[in-house]
Design a protein around this ligand. Structure first.
Ligand code: SIN
Length: 328
C-alpha cells in the first residue's frame, strides 16, 4: 500500500512538473508593415496584453516588415500551422471571398467613419465569417486609412496618370481602377515597393499616409496627391484549426486581448495618419498636392464605372449597405 501511495505521489509530482514546464502556446503574428504604424502598434499591444493575462500559457512573437511571410504566402502558411495570426490588407482576400472586394471600390466610402460604420454593421460583420469555409476565422477589422496617389510627376487629374506604371496590391478591382484612367497597374508585393520606386521600375503607387511615411516612399516619389480615393484597412485572421484547438478559457482571453488591441489600433489610426501626413510635408522631400473639388470630381467620374464591373461578384445589396454607412 505504501509502495502504491509513493508511486501515485511520484506520478502526481511528475505530471505537475510537466504541466509547470509545458511550453506555452506560441502565436506567431506576421505582418508586412513597420512597427510604428497602426497595425504594428496593434500587434505589439496584443502581445503585451496576452502575455500579461496568460503568463506562461501563451506567448506571442510579432514579425513585422515581411520578416516571416509576405502577404502572398501568409494565408497558405497559416493553414500549414507555420503562422497563427496575420492582418493582411482587405485587398488581398479576393481569391477567398470575392465580396471583400467591396473595400477596394474607388470613392465608395465618404470617410473613415463611414468605413467603420460599414465594418460594424451586420453586413460588415457577416464578411468576417465569410472565410470559414476556406479554413480561416476573421477576428476583426483594423483601420489604416484612406489612400493617396504618389508618382514621380504631378497628378492633378486622371489624364496625368495615363501611360504611367503603378504598383498595386493583388486586387482585380485595383487593377480595373488604374486601367480606367489608362494607367498600367502592376501587382507587386509590399516589400518591393520602395525599390521599385527608387529604380523607377514603377512611376507611382497608392498608399495611406502611415505606409508612405514609415516606408519612406515620400523620399522616392516627387509628388503625393491627396485623393482619398479608397481605403486600406485590414482583417485579422487565424486558422479555424488553431482557433478551435484552443481551450475555451484561453481562446476567450486571447480574443479579449485582441479586441482591446484593435480598439487601440483603431483609435490611433486617424491620429497617426494626420501626424504622418504632416511629417511627410515637413520632410520637404516631396510635394503634397491638394486638389480642387473640380479636379477630384474628374477622378470620381473616371474611376466610378469600375463598380458596375464588380457588382455581381460583390453583391448589389452589400454595395447599398456600404452607401448607407456613408449617411451616418
Ligand atoms: C499593408 O498595409 O499591410 C500593406 C499594404 C500594401 O501591400 O500596399
Amino acid at each position: 500500500m505504501r509502495l502504491l501511495t509513493a508511486a501515485v505521489a511520484t506520478l502526481t509530482l511528475a505530471l505537475g512538473a510537466q504541466f509547470a514546464n509545458a511550453a506555452p502556446i506560441e502565436i506567431k503574428f506576421s505582418h508586412v508593415v513597420a512597427e510604428n504604424t497602426p497595425k504594428g502598434k496593434m500587434a505589439t499591444r496584443f502581445k503585451e496584453l496576452v502575455e500579461q493575462r496568460l503568463p506562461g500559457k501563451v506567448s506571442v512573437s510579432v514579425f513585422p516588415n515581411s520578416q516571416l511571410f509576405g502577404d502572398d504566402k501568409v494565408l497558405e502558411a497559416m493553414l500549414l500551422g507555420d503562422v497563427q495570426m496575420a492582418a493582411p490588407s482587405l485587398s488581398k482576400f479576393q481569391k477567398y471571398t470575392p465580396a471583400l472586394q467591396i473595400f477596394d471600390l474607388p470613392f465608395l466610402f465618404k470617410d473613415m467613419a463611414s468605413v467603420d460604420r460599414f465594418q460594424q454593421s451586420p453586413e460588415g460583420q457577416g464578411l468576417l465569417d465569410s472565410l470559414r469555409k476556406k479554413g480561416y476565422v476573421g477576428l476583426g477589422y483594423l483601420h489604416n486609412g484612406m489612400k493617396q496617389m504618389s508618382a514621380n510627376s504631378p497628378l492633378r487629374v486622371p489624364a496625368d496618370a495615363a501611360g504611367k506604371k503603378f504598383r498595386i496590391q493583388t486586387s482585380d478591382v485595383l487593377q480595373a481602377q488604374f486601367e480606367a484612367i489608362d494607367a498600367v497597374p502592376l501587382k507587386k508585393p509590399f516589400s518591393e515597393v520602395f525599390t521599385l520606386m527608387q529604380t523607377k521600375a514603377i512611376d507611382g503607387s497608392e498608399n495611406p499616409w502611415s505606409n508612405i511615411y514609415s516606408k519612406k516612399f515620400h523620399e522616392v516619389q516627387s509628388y503625393i496627391t491627396e485623393t482619398n480615393h479608397g481605403v486600406l484597412d485590414y482583417m485579422i485572421v487565424t486558422s479555424a484549426e488553431f482557433w478551435n484547438g484552443l481551450d475555451d478559457d484561453v481562446r476567450a482571453e486571447v480574443k479579449k486581448s485582441l479586441d482591446e488591441a484593435v480598439a487601440y489600433g483603431n483609435q490611433i489610426a486617424a491620429e497617426q495618419a494626420a501626424a504622418d501626413r504632416q511629417a511627410v510635408i515637413d520632410s520637404g522631400r516631396t510635394e503634397v498636392i491638394e486638389i480642387t473639388d473640380e479636379e477630384r470630381q474628374k477622378w470620381v467620374d473616371a474611376m466610378k464605372p469600375v463598380w458596375s464591373k464588380f457588382s455581381d461578384q460583390i453583391g448589389e445589396d452589400l454595395i447599398q449597405a456600404a452607401l448607407k454607412a456613408n449617411e451616418g
